[in-house]
Ligand binder design. Structure first.
Ligand code: DX5
Ligand code: ZN
Length: 224
């Protein structure tokens, strides 16, 4: 029996009242808070950094799942660890030394994740699985919320699931398999069936709720 986690992405939240958004979505049952960091260099968009992570930290007890879409990566890792991040993931194309970056994340006391763009092959994992706590498969090209799920992610998820199951059978260690981009209530069952156990959902969570309803995320999250 697999356990499943929902990680709402604050990229689609109301940034003017982020603390409240994070608190509400946590109370409504979010398992992790997904925190998208974009630098207008590795990806064509610009979002938020460690200061904002630190600012929302008091508003949730859930793990903060930092998704770094930045290049270079390493200098930001200690900063996010200090700002209260629990999990830090990065794209292998954005790091000169993947093994070193993974070690740095764990040395800072966080769990480490490796992120795969739709066209990036899973072979990057081969020699570093022991240093990885989370594999994140992008089901859109990174940079924006509200994009459409890319269907070739489903066979790729199956491939990753087989690899991680084999690893778990050998080592007894579970590595999370997270999917990010275009996940909605109407495709989440297929995504779960393909092997994901952590689901990022941005626009499907924050875009769906009525901002004036004080319990606005309860019914949205209950649908997942
Ligand atoms: C995209 C981000 C995603 C994004 C997902 O680059 O990494 O986390 O917020 O948003 P939706 O769920 O709207 O596709
Ligand atoms: Zn993300």
């Amino acid at each position: 029996q697999r356990s499943y986690l929902l990680a709402p992405s604050i990229l689609s939240a109301d940034f003017a009242r982020l603390g409240d958004e994070v608190q509400k979505v946590s109370a409504a049952g979010a398992d992790w808070i997904h925190f998208d960091v974009m630098d207008n260099h590795y990806v064509p968009n610009l979002t938020v950094g460690p200061l904002v992570c630190q600012a929302i930290r008091p508003y949730t007890e859930r793990p903060i799942d930092v998704h770094l879409m930045v290049k270079p990566v390493d200098a930001l890792i200690p900063e996010f660890a200090k700002a209260g991040a629990d999990i830090i993931s990065f794209h292998p194309e954005a790091s000169e030394h993947i093994d070193r970056t993974l070690s740095l994340i764990r040395d800072c006391g966080c769990q480490a994740g490796l992120v795969f763009n739709p066209a990036t092959p899973l072979v990057w994992l081969e020699h570093v699985l022991d240093k990885v706590d989370l594999v994140l498969l992008m089901s859109v090209n990174p940079g924006f919320g509200g994009q459409k799920f890319i269907p070739s992610t489903l066979p790729k998820l199956r491939q990753a699931r087989a690899l991680l199951d084999r690893y778990e059978a050998e080592t007894g260690r579970h590595i999370w398999l997270e999917v990010d981009g275009g996940v909605k209530v109407d495709n989440i069952a297929a995504v779960a069936e393909a092997g994901a156990d952590v689901f990022v959902a941005g626009s499907a969570v924050f875009g769906a709720a009525n901002a004036h309803d004080p319990n606005r995320y309860d019914s949205v999250i209950a649908q997942f």
